[in-house]
Design a protein around this ligand. Sequence first.
Ligand SMILES: [Zn+2]
Length: 261
Amino acid sequence: MSFYYYEKTWIELKDAIARDTLIVLPVGTTEEHGPHLPVEADTMIGEGFGQAVGRELEQRGAIPFLVMRTVPYGYSMGCVQDFPGTISVRPEIVQSYVFDIVDSLCRMGFTKIVILGCHGNHDGILRNVMRAIVDKYGIYIGVVSPISMSDYSKIKRDPDGDIHAGESETSLLMALQPHTVHPELFDAIDHIQLDRTLLGPVSTWGLQDTQMGSFGDPTYATREMGEQILASGAKAIADWCVRYYAFFKNKPVKTPKYKTL
Ligand SMILES: [Zn+2]
């Protein structure tokens, strides 16, 4: 039986709510990803992880769950808007948009929701959604980053890793949608060479210019690495979902109460 939310009828979803089903919502974006990857790279990665997490959860059979379609548009900083292909929605709109999707789920009665954040510029935005949902419903949703949850940092061959369209993302696309990858255009021009002591507090995009629209070196990428990132990330996320579900299962949802003056 399919684990996709969008293939269900309202009668099936009513039953899913009654069984306290966990919802997985991948969030991607559409932006240039260097000369060698498609503009929907992050959305395809979100869709790929959604499916892989679904298969892992299905194998475990431990909790009821459904996977939603990946949100395909989001917010991208100006530096990637310099290249054709980038669709950028203002951050406050993305926050409201994702909030409304999760808000709809909560209103229906779902109380376990995990967002797969597959685009770096959304880190703060998605965590704000998480906090705003707690304030409205007392429901703690989860926000996880699939590549960070995977074994990539242990298996990477590029010592500098990947920020955008480099080793990890290119490997994932080679595993997920190989017909969209252009290996003849792989180059190391935008390999990472920034001052790491400034990284974190300052956006990576402020520490190094991009020439080709990448931020990393895709020449290290392989399909095998992509498969490993996908498999290890999906396993880690599925394990996390089972622990998250168990932790909140018997906790009553407490609607926040505000003191009135
Ligand atoms: Zn990306």
